[in-house]
Design a protein around this ligand. Structure first.
Ligand code: HXC
Length: 258
């Protein structure tokens, strides 16, 4: 780890979708640096397994709540509980996402709606639900949402996710302006392909596209979960205090959907 030990001591963070994939890497990094962390996702079994692993592997005590980011009332209840359990919510990481590959001409309305609701509406729901607590953060609340560099271009087979992630980008820019007077910073991190994630496994490897994608990444490898977690810490800590409304792309200069 390249950050000073304890730099997030006294901070409370909520990571949506924090039980698996990139979210779990973010939780490990935030917790290892001293933050009190809460995670929320739909599957209780994933949450229990993750909480046990964080404790066993990293000695991190994580609080968890079952909840679907698509449900605004549920997210209000979840954020209120986390604020009580963790002391406040200083940092909100909107990471929960859904995605699958389907050509747009075959995509059902429900398939479109489902991804928009998880990714874009879910981010809105969590930001609004956490707002009362982010306003109370002593050094200014931090929101970091996970987008995707693929959303900056056409994303063949993922029109739903591309549109949702683009929407998240503008939502963060808008919150940076609207909520700046509350001291809240809102930014987004845009990962390229990150190894060991469901996204890469299903959207790239299972489609037989690994070689084709790797050829289009100038740095020659998929990213690692810790690459994203490092960026989150940078934005959520003192180092990021004057950054708001910004994108941090972490994709090895990937050209894979361009
Ligand atoms: C076509 C599909 C489909 C597929 C689902 N649908 N999978 N259509 N091809 N492969 C359709 C269904 O038929 C249904 O429409 C609608 O989508 C809703 O499906 P459900 O299974 O009922 O939805 P739900 O249980 O809510 O599951 C959500 C999900 C699922 C997004 C579909 O994949 C999921 O839960 N994923 C969570 C984890 C995830 O995807 N993580 C990866 C994120 S990767 P009909 O019309 O039949 O009712 C990412 C960035 C990747 O975000 C970047 C890579 C570089």
């Amino acid at each position: 780890m390249s950050f000073a030990p304890g730099i997030l001591e006294g901070k409370s963070a909520v990571v949506t979708g924090g039980a698996t994939g990139i979210g779990a890497h973010i939780v490990r990094m935030l917790g290892s640096l001293g933050a009190n962390v809460g995670i929320v996702s739909r599957k209780e079994s994933n949450l229990i397994a993750a909480a046990n692993a964080f404790k066993t592997d990293n000695d991190i005590d994580v609080k968890w709540q079952v909840g679907d980011v698509r449900d605004p009332e549920a997210m209000k209840a979840v954020m209120t509980s986390f604020a009580e359990e963790l002391g406040n919510i200083d940092i909100l990481i909107c990471n929960a996402a859904g995605n699958f590959i389907c050509p747009t001409e075959d995509l059902s309305w429900n398939g479109w709606r489902t991804v928009i609701e998880i990714d874009l509406n879910g981010t809105f729901n969590c930001c609004q639900a956490a707002l009362p607590y982010l306003k109370e953060a002593s050094d200014g609340g931090r929101i970091v949402s996970i987008s995707a560099t693929a959303a900056n271009f056409g994303w063949p087979g993922a029109a739903h996710a591309g549109a949702a992630k683009s929407g998240i980008q503008n939502l963060m820019k808008t919150l940076a302006v609207e909520w700046g007077s509350y001291g809240i910073r809102a930014n987004y991190v845009s990962p390229g392909p990150i190894e060991g994630t469901e996204g890469v496994d299903r959207l790239i490897i299972a489609q037989g596209k690994s070689e084709q994608v790797l050829e289009r990444i100038p740095l020659g490898t998929f990213g690692e979960g810790k690459d994203i977690a490092n960026a989150i810490v940078f934005l959520a800590s003192e180092s990021g205090k004057y950054i708001s409304g910004a994108e941090l792309a972490i994709d090895g200069a990937s050209q894979w959907v361009r």
